[in-house]
Design a binder for this molecule. Structure first.
Ligand code: URA
Length: 443
């Protein structure tokens, strides 16, 4: 039996704020991924890294070790231009669910490794798994073959692909060590660098509903991610986008899928649609040289003529899910037994949303995890319709709670109402994007 390595010196150095060597970071990450280090030791490492920070060299070493914990996917057999997109995490942030099929429907290929819910934010994998039968554990061969055949695939970290992130991500969620720039950058970029797409687009969220609470901190995270991409010589652009209110209307799992379907079928306008169109049009301009106007028109056409919805059905079918969800979401997606309406308390303009609180209300209903490995409830969550700047009248329908029982629904309703700030004066709408970070990729 091999002797277990002793990482106490490494932990002590990080605890005391000293820089670790590349070998120390690498040794630790790979040992944890192999199962040679237990969760208590890894949790102590993460907390020390969270509090003390990681230098650029340590972050690079961590990213490299996480990639090297599995295989890389060169995507050599994919004939179309390939793009990957990733969000740093938000509330009602279903952009990937729209982006992947929409990009595929305009001639790009999307190969994407996503994550599960983290803290108060939802995770794309949990959302997709709300579709009956949907499988997110794809092998590297399956992922690549599906991208060529269908145009898009969204999968999770597996034993083959960045397993170290799979393990560390779940432990960070359970140990309050998510909101760290180097840990988020290493987590996201290990997944993006392991899949060798022609372009990486990052959606770095800023605001109360994000891990980075303002555009300046989000800009720093964007710079950290883009500079990791540069070290691997990979084209990468990051947009800093607003998360000071839920992006779409649905905060849950099946609810998010249903909303994405409405957008993909051209049935829902709003900020979720706008941001997804923005990213797909950006990818088109960068990868096939279209002008902004042509790219935007082409992307919007795919939403109204059925191509985008059809691409989603093909992706669901390829990953063993029930593709009828696209035509009949109410009949196929799981539904919560209790639904409670939330009404406007008075005539006013919506001035603010405590977005993290709305995410936590959905989590408390069962849409997210409290402990590592907990199952999530696919059916429950919160719908919240108005956006900051909208005027409402007393009694208007603001949203709906989807819950397992009446007590949980009442609690969530109170939390959601508490999270909304009202004004008697007109309020401006919030911007959707704040900045772009990153060099134009070489052609
Ligand atoms: N998304 C990720 O993949 N990792 C993080 O750490 C945060 C968001």
């Amino acid at each position: 039996v091999a002797e277990r390595e002793d990482f106490r010196d490494v932990l002590a150095r990080k605890r005391d704020g000293r820089e670790l060597t590349e070998d120390e970071v690498r040794g630790f990450v790979l040992a944890y991924a192999r199962g040679d280090v237990g969760d208590p030791v890894a949790a102590a490492f993460l907390m020390a890294a969270y509090i003390r920070g990681l230098s650029v060299a340590e972050t690079t070493a961590m990213t490299r070790a996480m990639i090297d914990s599995g295989d890389v996917l060169p995507l050599e057999s994919v004939s179309r231009p390939t793009v990957d997109k990733h969000s740093t995490g938000g509330v009602a942030d279903g952009v990937t669910l729209v982006f992947a099929p929409l990009a595929a429907s305009v001639g790009l290929a999307v190969a994407k490794l996503s994550g599960r819910g983290l803290g108060h934010t939802g995770g794309t994998l949990d959302k997709l798994e709300a579709i009956p039968g949907f499988r997110t554990a794809l092998t590297v061969e399956e992922l690549e073959a599906q991208v060529e055949r269908v145009g898009c695939a969204v999968a999770g970290q597996t034993a083959d692909l960045v397993p170290a992130d799979g393990a560390l991500y779940a432990l960070r969620d359970a140990t309050a060590t998510v909101a760290s720039i180097p840990l988020i950058a290493a987590s996201i970029m290990s997944k993006k660098l392991a899949v060798e797409t022609d372009l990486i687009l990052l959606d770095v969220k800023a605001g109360d509903g994000a891990f980075m609470k303002n555009p300046a901190a989000a800009g720093e995270l964007a710079e950290a991610c883009v500079s990791l991409a540069a070290q691997w010589d990979r084209p990468c652009r990051a947009a800093v986008t607003d998360m000071s209110q839920p992006l779409g209307t649905a905060v849950g799992n099946a609810l998010d899928v249903a909303e994405a379907i409405r957008v993909l079928r051209g049935d829902e306008a709003g900020r979720l649609r706008d941001l997804a169109v923005f990213f797909v049009a950006r990818a088109l301009t960068i990868l096939d040289g279209s002008t902004q106007e042509t790219a935007r028109a082409e992307t919007e056409a795919a939403l109204s003529d059925g191509r985008a919805a059809e691409a989603f059905a093909r992706m669901i079918e390829a990953q063993d899910g029930d593709p009828r969800a696209v035509d009949d979401p109410d009949g196929i997606l799981p539904v919560a037994p209790v639904r409670t309406d939330v009404e406007a308390p008075r005539d006013a303009w919506l001035a603010s949303v405590e977005t993290e609180a709305v995410g936590r209300a959905a989590m408390a209903l069962g849409a997210g995890r409290v402990h590592k490995g907990d199952p999530v409830d696919p059916a429950v969550g919160v719908e919240l319709f108005p956006k900051v700047g909208d005027a409402v009248r007393a009694g208007d329908l603001l949203g709906r709670i989807h819950a397992r029982d009446a007590e949980a629904a009442a609690r969530a309703k109170a939390q959601v109402l508490e999270a909304l700030g009202w004004s008697d004066e007109r309020v401006d709408a919030l911007p959707l994007t704040y900045a772009w970070v990153g060099e134009a990729p070489r052609t």
